[in-house]
Design a protein around this ligand. Structure first.
Ligand code: ZN
Ligand code: ZN
Length: 141
């Protein structure tokens, strides 16, 4: 799923320039349906943009993530990866076959939070919910 959220507008309004390197990195992120590690993103760029180094990819991802333009993933035992996502609170369906990530908003288990707080005395300020399985294309294989 691709979000046509305006990365350029967000960068500029936050005081950052849309350099050709950032532009290339952003369009690569927007065209991917799965989350990419900095290395994967770098290898997808290097052929057309040999001037973009891995450090630039790392820095740009950190910046875009800080601006709230990305979703971040860190499965146990794997490297951090990123994809473009909606700004509002949402959850993920992740395909174990091809790695596709589908964002869904709404249907947040907020009732669970309230009852957990009551039971445990925790003040819950954040949560993550992720479903893993097989997408339409992968489930038949
Ligand atoms: Zn997301
Ligand atoms: Zn799949």
């Amino acid at each position: 799923m691709t979000y046509s959220k305006d990365f350029a507008v967000k960068l500029k309004s936050s005081g950052y320039k849309l350099t050709p390197q950032r532009r290339a990195i952003i369009s690569s992120i927007l065209s991917s349906e799965r989350s990419l590690t900095p290395q994967e993103l770098h290898s997808s760029l290097v052929e057309k943009h040999p001037q973009i180094g891995l450090v630039t990819v790392y820095r740009t991802l950190e910046l875009l993530n800080r601006l709230g333009l990305l979703c971040e993933f860190q499965p146990q035992g794997s490297a951090r990866s990123f994809k473009a996502g909606p700004a509002e609170h949402h959850h993920h369906l992740v395909c174990r076959g091809c790695g596709e990530v589908v964002d869904f908003t709404g249907r947040c288990p907020i009732e669970l939070k309230t009852s957990l707080e009551r039971e445990t005395g925790f003040l819950i300020t954040d949560h993550q919910l992720e479903f893993a399985g097989y997408c339409r294309n992968c489930r038949g294989k």
